[in-house]
Design a protein around this ligand. Structure first.
Ligand code: NOJ
Length: 493
């Protein structure tokens, strides 16, 4: 998931751009990436990293043109890489012409594109805290759940729904393969508190959007940002009865699982991950696909959160790339990039370190923001030629995933070792008769995993860290010895 501004600068102005991403598609293909999520690249005053959009149809000139976007899509498709783009539906920028007109007075033809009230209704942000959500303008108040610069669109207005569906159609027709849907929980609000998120009206509109997208591109990807607990996320899939991927959103980012993975690799106790994977199987509709990830552009960089502990980073990567669902890797996570030194969003979104040289291979000019510390080793060039690097590990794990269709199927079977240890996480992934055993040691000691009651007579190794021994034993009782932070992936025979 590259941030356009942060990935690669093609024209030396110091800012990443769409052509820059096109130039790096060979790297992404080499790594094994088969789908890209592009963070917002639309026209925007950039007061919230581009999530404040002033024209949904055009590209921010710093990033290029619609033609550059189409070229990127074509070049990606040529390499078998799909591209999904951020679709920010909840709000626009306060600088969007719709809002400027809407705010001009009660008589504006765009008045009901936004949510207006004669008074401040006093609602706070639904995720807690004391920040208000009604903002004064020209003697009236408008609702903006994030802040005053991003007024919420009013989906009770037919013209808004139609306009947003048109925007989705336009980008699909331009060649995008789907959308990452921003802030989906907050689309339609009906009252203070509980009425500001997850309302039935929001679910209804998402079903309408999803049907619209399916009509235009039946295999389009939709992945929702529902930053919530598993039972809430589960509802965003809708039903898998008539539409196999779910008739609402076919995927949602698994924020609770990300938290559990980080906690488990820190503590060396896998129980939290196992419990969360069980929750997902129990709560999500049958056949639903998860969207696991470790961190994103709103969170402090993984490496910094894990104290730059290489073992923890290695475990986190291995878990991410083996659990059910389509794993998302935030750009730079694959080389262990640290957070920048400031205390703002830019520090989570610093330029990609392609090499250790002056412009870092990112730009021939001056980068728009300083590189994160640690670039001497946390860069692509250095780690590409080091077989033991984090980058090499990502690449090998992605290759192992692709070696078995079992990794494409939802669900897993957790395996509990007879010893009851929580140091290991073990499970089977399956696609019919194709079965794969995955074992992770989340500690920095040597751990015997198993024995597991598996009927296999032998195994084919798809991935094994140095120090992994086995599986040994025999049908009905297989064990694997794992070195520190070791992972093994084996096809059952
Ligand atoms: C979630 C995005 O990831 C975040 O960066 C943004 O600030 C909010 N949604 C509002 O669009």
């Amino acid at each position: 998931m590259p941030l356009v501004r942060g990935f690669h600068d093609s024209n030396g102005d110091g800012t990443g751009d769409l052509r820059g991403i096109t130039e790096k598609l060979d790297y992404l293909e080499w790594l094994g990436v088969d789908c890209l999520w592009l963070l917002p690249f639309y026209s925007s005053p950039l007061k919230d990293g581009g999530y404040d959009i002033s024209d949904f149809f055009t590209v921010l000139p710093d990033y290029g043109t619609v033609g550059d976007a189409v070229e990127l899509l074509e070049e990606a498709h040529r390499r078998g890489i799909r591209v999904i783009v951020d679709f920010v539906m909840n709000h626009s920028s306060s600088e969007h012409p719709w809002f400027r007109d809407s705010a001009s007075g009660a008589g504006s033809r765009y008045r009901d594109f936004y949510v207006w009230s004669a008074t401040d209704q006093g609602w706070k942000q639904p995720w807690g805290g004391n920040t208000g959500t009604w903002h004064e303008k020209n003697g009236a108040f408008y609702y903006g759940v994030f802040w005053s610069g991003m007024p919420d669109l009013d989906y009770r207005t037919t013209a808004v729904r139609e306009a947003m569906l048109r925007i989705a159609a336009k980008w699909l027709e331009a060649g995008v393969d789907g959308f990452r849907l921003d802030a989906t929980r907050y689309l339609i609000e009906t009252g203070a508190g509980g009425g500001q998120q997850d309302t039935p009206e929001t679910h209804d509109f998402l079903k309408e959007l999803s049907a619209h997208v399916r009509r235009i591109k039946p295999d389009a990807v939709l992945v929702g940002e529902n930053w919530a607990d598993s039972p809430v996320i589960a509802k965003y899939y809708g039903s898998t009865a008539a539409v196999s991927a779910g008739d609402e959103l076919p995927m949602s980012f698994d924020f609770p699982l990300a938290e559990r993975i980080l906690a488990a690799v820190r503590s060396g106790n896998a129980a939290g991950i196992a419990a969360k994977l069980e929750d997902v199987q129990r709560l999500y509709p049958p056949g639903a696909h998860d969207a696991p990830f470790l961190t994103n552009h709103d969170q402090v960089r993984l490496s910094t959160q894990l104290g730059r502990d290489q073992g923890m980073l290695r475990s986190a990567a291995a878990v991410l790339l083996t659990v059910p669902g389509a794993p998302f890797v935030y750009y730079g996570e694959e080389v262990g990039i640290q957070n920048g030194t400031t205390n703002n969003d830019e520090a989570k979104r610093t330029p990609m370190p392609w090499n250790a040289g002056a412009g870092g291979g990112f730009t021939s000019g001056t980068p728009w923001w300083s590189f994160a510390p640690g670039r001497e080793t946390e860069n692509v060039a250095t780690q590409t030629v080091d077989d033991g690097s984090l980058l090499s590990r990502y690449r090998k794990l992605i290759r192992a995933r692709k070696a078995s269709t079992a990794f494409r199927r939802p669900g897993l079977q957790l395996l509990s070792p007879a010893s009851g240890t929580t140091a290991t996480l073990a499970f089977l992934r399956a696609d019919g008769d194709e079965k794969v055993l995955v074992v992770h040691n989340l500690t920095s000691g040597f751990v015997p995993a198993g024995p597991y009651n598996l009927s296999a007579t032998s195994f084919e190794t798809l991935f094994a860290d140095p120090g992994v021994i086995g599986p040994s034993g025999g049908p009905g009782s297989w064990s694997v010895n794992l070195g520190p932070r070791g992972t093994g992936i084996f096809r059952l025979r």
